[in-house]
Design a protein around this ligand. Structure first.
Ligand code: ATP
Length: 603
């Protein structure tokens, strides 16, 4: 900590005294670098942290600069009023550009945002109000009483202040709940949604942030250069910006700043050789993408990881501690006996394939229900329909007495449903603790206005989330793994992290999709203990499992699916002796070991 404060103090001192050693050309370069650094932070937040491909950052920059230019020169409004309106205009454009992100992702989003950026350049080149290809000149100098901002040495301090606030605010986001949720969405939007992250709002927030930084950069640019023309906001500059963020390290805001400074300096040095420069940083970007995807900022961590792996892996020294059971809630305290979940005549067709056909079931609060069936019988599809990933072709679902058919996963998660996935969907770039933190955080993303209006309350809340996450981690015996990325852990521990994460979300109904897959006998016994304790704490559990011993010993009732139909339902012993069940399993050429018979797991 002290070491960090020392570095920050040194950097602040260096930034403060920097202009003293610079001639007028050099201070101009530094001022432009600061603007690019602000743009790069915005792009880093949207693309690096939020995972939203954004090739329109240069257009946000342009909207900020042009709106300031137009308002100051054509209406005679003062610089600062124009600047505020320019920022508002950029945010509006940011939300507009972000709208496609609600529907398309990845390279499609890249193409859409690039198209919008091109449209902007075309518009300013042709529009009379924007001065056409000539641009707009004679933008008035921003004024602050007693400070001559036409002096670039003094303008530097204005920019430095905006940059510092922008960087600190960006880091504040990255290190607290909003940033964690954005990173979770970047890693796995589907799992983030299933844990209650309102992905559409989150995507818009990423574009909103990008546009705020873009607008600020634009306003500062208009005040610094006092002239705007289309070529500044060209696609070539968008790729320069992209290069800065990729080379510096898009997931680290400091990396984005370093990339902005480095690449801009290289561009200045090679100003007389533009072709060489273009090919040069094109090549560097490709090399970075291939050999160091996390950019320069990610290199120290990659090297550290490499050294740790050579020494024998991160997770190996740490040990899993025993699970500490929850306090038992008496059944009569856990609510009414009307069904917590009613699935009524659900059918799900995939282009003619009937994955589910008229499936109905009813789950009583406090029960552990097993769903079994041969491979491909529709079990996971049923979970996907219940948890909102698929909208059923036919039928209705009621969750906690409300019609929940077709509700988005994050709405169901907020209503008290939580799930795990057959093929573990942990957030690989987050630590174990952060995985749990994302689940515990139940705030709607729009509450993030508090980041601006009430930052202290955000910090206080974050501290509380950390305290609660530590309790969950302790209970599940994961304390020694808290700071590690889940990918580095043995499979059995990853499974436990996923269950801990799902329960941390505080569900009333927990859906477990093959939680015992890949576990050894001892781990299956521990899983059984965990599931029973979770149920005893008042959570209803539905479990899909192929391990019949586990299902038979754990579940009060079992529903058997075959070819998308419910073929049997009842108590374990009753179901095991149903001829249709025996036939379904044998018909699937499964070995007789797979038949629901002798329990393997007890107590
Ligand atoms: N998104 C999809 N698109 C097309 N077909 C699908 C889709 N999801 C599932 N299916 C099909 O629906 C059927 C049921 O699949 P599902 O994964 O639900 O079975 P399952 O009982 O969970 O199987 P397993 O035990 O192997 O996990 C399968 O034939 C599968 O190929």
């Amino acid at each position: 900590m002290r070491y960090r404060i020392g570095i920050i103090a040194l950097a602040a001192l260096a930034a403060w005294f920097l202009p003293y050693g610079l001639d007028s050309y050099a201070i101009h370069v530094v001022n432009v670098i600061l603007i690019f650094a602000i743009l790069a932070i915005g792009l880093g937040l949207c693309m690096g942290v939020g995972g939203q491909v954004n090739l329109a950052q240069v257009a946000f920059f342009g909207v900020g600069a042009y709106t300031t230019a137009i308002l100051t020169t054509k209406t005679g409004w003062g610089f600062w009023l124009s600047a505020v309106l320019a920022l508002a205009a950029t945010i509006a454009v940011g939300l507009l550009v972000g709208t496609p992100a609600l529907r398309v992702q990845s390279h499609y989003l890249g193409i859409v945002t690039l198209g919008l950026a091109l449209a902007f350049t075309n518009w300013v080149t042709n529009a009379q109000v924007a001065g056409g290809a000539e641009g707009i000149s004679a933008i008035p100098v921003p004024t602050i009483p007693g400070v001559d901002l036409s002096n670039e040495y003094l303008y530097y301090y204005l920019e430095l202040a905006v940059f510092a606030v922008g960087l600190v605010f960006g880091l504040f986001i990255v290190r607290t709940a909003l940033g964690r949720r954005m990173r979770a969405m970047r890693d796995d939007a589907l799992a983030a949604g299933a844990l209650g992250a309102d992905v559409p709002v989150l995507r818009m927030t990423a574009f909103l942030l990008a546009s705020v930084y873009g607008g600020l950069g634009g306003v500062l640019y208009a005040g610094l250069i006092r002239y705007v023309a289309p070529e500044t906001f060209s696609i070539a500059n968008m790729f320069l910006l992209l290069g800065m963020v990729i080379i510096g390290g898009r997931q680290s805001l400091i990396g984005c700043v370093v990339g902005a400074a480095g690449l801009y300096l290289v561009r200045e040095l090679l100003a007389d050789h533009p072709t060489v420069a273009q090919i040069g940083y094109g090549t560097v970007v490709v090399l970075v993408v291939v050999f160091a995807p996390t950019g320069l900022a990610g290199l120290p961590k990659r090297i550290r990881d490499l050294v740790t792996r050579r020494r024998g892996g991160q997770g190996e020294a740490a040990r899993l501690q025993p699970f500490q059971p929850y306090e038992t809630v008496r059944p009569d305290e856990s609510g009414s006996q009307s069904p917590i979940l009613e699935v009524d005549g659900i059918s799900m067709y995939f282009r003619g394939l009937r994955a589910l056909d008229d499936v109905s079931l009813s789950i009583t609060p406090g029960e552990i229900r097993g769903i079994v069936g041969p491979n491909g019988s529709g079990k996971t599809t049923l979970f996907n329909v219940i948890s909102g990933l698929y909208r059923p072709t036919r039928g209705r679902i009621r969750f906690r007495g409300q019609d929940s058919t077709g509700l988005a996963p994050y709405r169901l998660a907020r209503a008290g449903m939580s799930r795990t996935f057959q093929n573990l969907r942990l957030f690989g770039d987050l630590t174990v603790e952060e995985n749990v933190l994302v689940a515990i955080d139940r705030n709607a993303t729009w509450h993030s206005w508090r980041y601006v209006a009430r930052p202290i309350s955000v910090l206080r809340r974050d501290r509380d989330l950390h305290r609660r996450a530590a309790e969950v981690i302790e209970r599940y015996g994961l304390a020694e793994f808290a700071a590690l990325p889940p990918k580095s852990l043995p499979y059995g521990i990853q499974r436990r992290v996923e269950i801990a994460r799902a329960v941390a979300a505080g569900p009333a109904l927990l859906l477990l999709d093959e939680p015992a897959a890949g576990l050894n006998g001892d781990e299956v016994r521990q899983l059984s203990e965990i599931v029973r304790s979770v149920r005893d704490s008042g959570v209803t559990v539905i479990i899909i499992e192929h391990n019949m011993g586990l299902v038979m010993s754990l579940c009060e009732r079992i529903t058997v699916l075959a070819s998308g139909h419910v073929i049997a339902e009842g108590e374990p012993a009753e179901v095991a002796s149903t001829p249709a069940v025996i036939e379904a399993y044998l018909g699937d050429s499964m070995s007789s070991d797979d038949l629901p018979s002798v329990p393997e797991v007890t107590g």
